[in-house]
Design a protein around this ligand. Structure first.
Ligand SMILES: NC(=O)c1ccc[n+]([C@@H]2O[C@H](COP(=O)([O-])OP(=O)(O)OC[C@H]3O[C@@H](n4cnc5c(N)ncnc54)[C@H](O)[C@@H]3O)[C@@H](O)[C@H]2O)c1
Length: 434
């Protein structure tokens, strides 16, 4: 079998664009295809839409073997292998929304060629690749395993964390046939030092959901512990630091205002939905969701408690939110818990503004759009500020110098010199009691 050299990538987001660039850097011919003309224009204008990809790196790939086009002119039929990296969101009722995956499969169905390898890379429930995805592809008249190869290879990129990107991160791959696994593994071997072959696409799909559900459940566990520590007058951060000195059998997770992003608050519901088809209730996932989605409300309660300490009500107070991205040092604000924090504060009568050096405009959970305010102005006009994201780029020293009251949901005040009853921490009470 000839070596695969031409690759098409469908979906050029946080996952697909870095994949396309990595393959191009490895010397393969790459066609990147996106349904959004605006995304294609931006990339072809050599402006990287992704924090972790510099404009220079993008330009170098475009000058070499990367071609980026929209779906109306994309020719995935010309490639040896096609990777599908489209979103897998959930609906308002937390059921999987496979519409983008099905649309990408339909696009491919009309262009599929015998001998091709198709690899689904979007996170999804076990059974998607060999179920609905395969069904749509086979409507082409070609059969998976006989006429074309089919595999699933989950992505492990962790945006904003250079240590968890690139070729040193082991990749998983499971094909419908041993040949599909081998081909997909050989291709991924161009860009990853270690590729682990699994027995099936279903096993690879489940492994990805295990990774993300593990995080979701453990974050819920420490969030719950944080609530208990507040009641007991203990400092959850001290307790976690202490437990983390154990050199085996413990993994550190930290509490916060909730979970966000495209993965942790979303992926577990792909698993619990699929579990229900097997008459199985995944109670861990339901419980973790209850706790994590309840955290923004708890942060708002802490703001009310802090104001109460000053003899003030939340209603009518001016609240400045510091950080709205879904995690530190990224511009990605998808599913950010800050959306709920802002909406709940406003619902309870506060006047709300925010500062985030990475996010110029932000829509809260009630659909209200605000623009990031300069930090100095925000500090001068806020009765209380809430640290929701510990971005390095926020001038925290200015915050502690000037704010009368800080509610700290992410322990960004640790180790700083603060005044008595200035900082109220999630999971720990007043940082310096009176
Ligand atoms: N973002 C992460 O950190 C991360 C990590 C691991 C896995 N994943 C998974 O990878 C998948 C992609 O996530 P992402 O963060 O890259 O999403 P994204 O929203 O950043 O990008 C998806 C891209 O696909 C395009 N698209 C949507 N439908 C399309 C179609 N039918 N044809 C062509 N293009 C289409 C969109 O325009 C967009 O540019 C998801 O399943 C996600 O769960 C994401």
């Amino acid at each position: 079998m000839a070596t695969d050299r031409r690759v098409a990538i469908i979906g050029l987001g946080y996952v697909g664009l870095p994949l396309a660039i990595a393959f191009a850097e490895a010397g393969l011919e790459v066609e990147g295809i996106d349904v959004a003309a605006s995304r294609v224009r931006e990339v072809n204008a050599r402006r990287s839409p992704i924090d972790d990809i510099s404009d220079e790196r993008l330009a170098a790939a475009l000058d070499a073997n990367l071609r980026v086009v929209d779906s109306s002119v994309g020719r995935p039929g010309d490639a040896d292998a096609v990777f599908v990296c489209v979103p897998t969101p959930i609906t308002a009722t937390k059921d999987p929304d496979l519409a983008p995956v099905i649309q990408a499969a339909e696009f491919l169905r009309d262009r599929l060629r015998a001998g091709q390898l198709v690899v689904l890379q979007s996170t999804t429930y076990p059974g998607t690749t060999t179920g609905p995805f395969r069904q749509v592809l086979e409507a082409s008249g070609l059969h998976a395993g006989a006429d074309f190869d089919l595999a699933f290879a989950p992505e492990r990129v962790n945006p904003g964390d250079p240590a968890s990107s690139g070729r040193t991160i082991p990749r998983l791959v499971g094909g419908m046939t041993p040949e599909a696994t081998r081909r997909a593994a050989a291709l991924l071997g161009h860009i990853n030092d270690v590729v682990i072959e699994l027995s099936s696409p279903d096993a690879a799909e489940m492994a990805k959901l295990l990774e993300n559900t593990f995080r979701n459940v453990n974050i819920a566990f420490v969030n719950n512990l944080a609530l208990l520590c507040e009641r007991m007058g203990l400092d959850v951060w001290e307790v976690i630091d202490a437990a983390a000195t154990k050199p085996f059998g413990f993994m550190r997770f930290t509490p916060g205002p909730g979970v966000g992003g495209h993965c942790i608050p979303v992926d577990p519901y792909y698993l619990s939905w699929r579990a229900r088809e097997f008459d199985f209730t995944d109670r861990f996932i339901e419980l973790a969701g209850d706790i994590n989605f309840g955290m923004p409300r708890h942060v708002v309660d802490l703001v009310a408690e802090g104001l109460n300490d000053r003899g003030r009500a939340l209603k009518g107070a001016r609240v400045g939110v510091l950080g709205v991205a879904f995690k530190p040092n990224v511009q990605d604000a998808r599913n950010s818990p800050a959306a709920e924090v802002l909406a709940l504060l406003a619902e309870r009568g506060a006047t709300v503004a925010y500062h985030d050096p990475h996010v110029a405009a932000f829509t809260d959970a009630a659909g209200v759009v605000r623009e990031s305010r300069p930090l100095d102005g925000l500090l001068a006009t806020s009765d209380v500020v809430v640290a929701v994201v510990a971005h390095r780029a926020i001038r925290w020293e200015a915050v502690y110098d000037r704010a009368d009251l800080v509610v700290d949901a992410v322990n960004v005040s640790a180790g700083r010199s603060t005044r008595p009853r200035q900082v109220l921490r999630l999971g720990a009470g007043w940082l310096v009691p009176a």
